[in-house]
Design a protein around this ligand. Structure first.
Ligand code: FES
Length: 158
């Protein structure tokens, strides 16, 4: 499990944000969004802080956060790899490409390598079906991707 040392200044700013918003109705969502933007994910200690400051059970905060896919509980890697699993890509072998990334990186979907370099994330159609199968790495699209390209691309990014 990756354990982060959180930037104290960021935590302080975040506490100020909570103070400003905590009395507003439905404050949990904007507060979680702010945490996600600031830290890139929702660290355990930040979840505890939100719970304490808002006086809401931690389990309830987790309940909200797990409901929305925009929130993540692990830090993302420098390179976020998404293999499109939409229909057009799927029929052209996207699953084999995803399996190859999983095998080579030794992590599952939704996980990050220990060196924080790579994460594998889930994606549906990214709107480039004529170029299927498509892999997105951060904002860059890799069209007509092939299982054999996996190692090559990872080496280039190393
Ligand atoms: S299904 Fe992959 S881009 Fe549309």
């Amino acid at each position: 499990m990756i354990k982060d040392k959180l930037d104290e200044k960021k935590v302080e700013e975040f506490e100020e944000f909570i103070e400003k918003h905590k009395d507003v109705k439905g404050a949990v969502m904007p507060i979680l969004q702010e945490a996600q933007n600031k830290f890139g994910y929702l660290p355990q200690e930040i979840m505890e802080l939100i719970s304490k400051k808002l006086g809401i059970f931690l389990s309830e905060i987790y309940g909200v956060a797990t409901f929305y896919s925009q929130f993540t509980f692990i830090p993302k890697g420098k390179y976020s790899i998404s293999v499109c699993l939409g229909t057009a890509c799927y029929v052209k072998g996207a699953k084999a490409i995803l399996d190859e990334f999983i095998e080579v990186l030794g992590i599952g979907v939704g996980e990050t390598t220990d060196d924080r370099k790579f994460s594998i994330v889930e994606t549906r159609c990214v709107g480039l079906c004529s170029d299927a199968p498509v892999v997105m790495i951060n904002n860059k699209a890799y069209p007509h991707f092939n299982k054999d390209d996996v190692k090559k691309v990872l080496e280039e990014l190393e």
